[in-house]
Design a protein around this ligand. Structure first.
Ligand code: ADP
Ligand code: ASP
Ligand code: MG
Length: 457
């Protein structure tokens, strides 16, 4: 069971989490194992920790320290509401020690005016370390047999800080060693999502890593796959996967069922409710994933399984905002053989993922979301091609396993957005997605029209 930032935002939200976990704990059949609970940092805490990093990088030690104190106070206030007596004392002591270490690290970095990706991970990990301690203490206060586990002892990754990739074999060995004995005793392990570490004894010793923003969903799926659980539950602040991003389209509906492939595609193309890698571990063990609302726990949510629905063509829309289109034109008259290889080798070298690709006789257009290395990429491409970039674009996708069984769907989609300039269009008849790249400013209009045309009945 994974609870996101808004599900543990404050004492009231955490009390709902206690009730949800208790009810699953109680309804557990004889012989089944208790849930493993994975939590995100309290809502907005990761953003706050990233701001302290920005202050440290700018050498503003005072603002960084003030923010660390503010974050500590928020955690202490929640702890005092949820626990009593000795438990509060112990919890507050642990939080103070943790934030003291954070304050020292931030002060050192502010003096140095530099923050490495490893420092970044050390700092942001504080959010999940703190929230998981509080949730665990809140469970114990309410007589649930919870055991706090440092997620960094279980989830082992490579050393690619901020976007670390799990080592599944090593992680599953740790899960068997650390988590399985706890559940075998009918106790509930509570651990932070998103955070991990490199294995002990590698390079300069164990270092804290993180899985990338929104990575707690991924952590939960990794632990679930290692322990071969019956179901991976993602508890969040909406009723499930909706037919469109509710921040963009008014009144989207819940999608009751999705296939693994549809859910992956939607997550990849911007449906923030699921981290894009979440489905991978679930597929490996064929474990159903359920998205549920922690404010409305009795709602059915969205169930994601290996099965594909035969009764509908469309699953949902997704949008990925603020991407950059790069147009790359061969400086020869036509695309010489080897051009594509050279072109993609540049993206590979700068570890930048490409989302949408279209080609014509002499040019290739791609979209990228991560522009940290854009200048270097453009310079490397200009060695053999003319290159232009356009920022503030967006990818709008229509997703459904059976999309292509009804050829009129594509026509309906194109008619719905008639008049909106389309920068790129991509669709393959065997695939489950149509993709339109257009100006970011057009997203609300395009999404509303597509949703109205494709999902209104
Ligand atoms: P959590 O903190 O629980 O991980 P997130 O903020 O990461 O929650 O994800 C939930 C949010 O994802 C929702 O509040 C919603 O705004 C956004 N979202 C975007 N697209 C979708 C979609 N298709 N269905 C549901 N939610 C979506
Ligand atoms: N706390 C992390 C983030 O905000 C991970 C997560 O919430 O899934 O990105
Ligand atoms: Mg999330």
């Amino acid at each position: 069971m994974k609870f996101g930032g808004t599900s543990v935002a404050d004492a009231a939200a955490m009390t709902r989490v206690v009730d949800i976990v208790r009810s699953q704990w109680k309804s557990q059949a004889e012989g089944t194992r208790p849930p493993v609970v994975v939590v995100s940092a309290l809502s907005k805490v990761t953003d706050g920790l990233i701001r302290t990093i920005d202050f440290a990088r700018a050498g503003d030690a005072e603002k960084a320290a003030a923010l660390v104190t503010e974050l500590l106070e928020r955690h202490i206030a929640i702890s005092r509401t949820l626990t009593t007596h000795q438990r509060t004392e112990d919890l507050v002591k642990a939080l103070r020690a943790q934030f003291e270490a954070l304050a020292q690290l931030v002060a050192t970095l502010a003096a140095r005016k530099s923050v490495t990706p490893a420092d970044h991970d050390e700092i942001v990990a504080m959010g999940e370390l703190a929230s998981s301690r509080i949730v665990c203490a809140a469970f114990q206060e309410q007589h649930l047999p919870a055991v706090w586990v440092d997620a960094r002892d279980v989830l082992l990754t490579d050393a690619e800080h901020m976007v670390a990739a799990p080592n599944m074999d090593a992680t599953c060995r740790q899960a068997a060693k650390i988590l399985a004995p706890i559940t075998a005793r009918h106790e509930i392990p509570v651990l932070g999502g998103f955070i991990a570490s490199t294995p002990t004894g590698e390079g300069d010793g164990r270092r804290t890593t993180t899985l990338g923003r929104g990575g707690s969903d991924y952590s939960a799926a990794i632990f679930g796959a290692c322990l071969d659980v019956g179901e991976i539950q993602i508890w969040t602040d909406v009723d499930g996967m909706l037919t469109a991003d509710p921040r963009v389209v008014a009144a989207p509906r819940v999608v009751p069922h999705l296939s693994f492939a549809e859910a992956s595609e939607l997550a990849y193309f911007g449906a923030k409710v699921l981290h894009p890698a979440t489905i991978l571990p679930a597929v490996s063990k064929n474990i159903p994933v359920r998205i549920l609302n922690s404010r409305q726990p009795s709602n059915p949510g969205t169930l994601i399984t290996s099965e594909s629905r035969r009764d509908r063509h469309l699953a949902a829309l997704a949008c990925k905002r603020d991407v950059t289109v790069i147009d790359i034109t061969s400086t020869r008259m036509f695309m010489a053989h080897g051009f594509l290889l050279r072109l993609f080798e540049v993206f590979e070298r700068f570890k930048t993922a490409v989302d949408v690709v279209t080609t014509s006789e002499v040019s290739v257009s791609v979209t990228v979301d991560d522009t940290r290395k854009l200048d270097e990429i453009v310079a490397a491409l200009r060695v053999f091609a003319d290159v232009t970039c356009e920022s503030k674009m967006a990818i709008v996708s229509v997703v459904g396993d059976r999309l292509h069984d009804d050829p009129s769907v594509f026509a309906q989609a194109v008619v719905a957005i008639n008049g909106i300039p389309l920068r790129l269009v991509s669709q393959a008849s065997s695939r489950r997605t149509f993709t339109f790249v257009l100006r970011d400013a057009e997203v609300p209009n395009a999404m509303a029209r597509l949703h109205n045309a494709l999902f209104s009945s």
